[in-house]
Write a protein that binds this ligand. Structure first.
Ligand SMILES: [Zn+2]
Length: 82
């Protein structure tokens, strides 16, 4: 059984060197391609079939928002035990 010990327990909170502390949250910049035209008419183009959406994601509670202003006041990670 050579691999018996390779699945050691991992820490539940992964390391994110790029994460930025915003209030109680620890957010990282994320971008993803979304199908369809951009929701902002000023950034739409003719024939656009997808657009690059930038958003922020808290690595602690998993909340995803488009702007820092939209972050909830408190960071409340699911399954957090005291
Ligand atoms: Zn959070």
């Amino acid at each position: 059984m050579p691999d018996s010990d390779s699945y050691s327990k991992r820490a539940s909170a992964p390391q994110h060197p790029d994460a930025e502390q915003v209030g109680e949250h620890l957010v990282i910049d994320k971008t993803q391609w979304c199908p369809g035209p951009h929701p902002d008419p000023h950034r739409q183009r003719d024939g656009q079939t997808e657009y690059l959406e930038r958003y922020l994601r808290c690595v602690q509670c998993g909340v995803e928002v488009l702007r820092e202003d939209d972050l909830p006041e408190t960071c409340d990670p699911e399954g957090k035990t005291r």
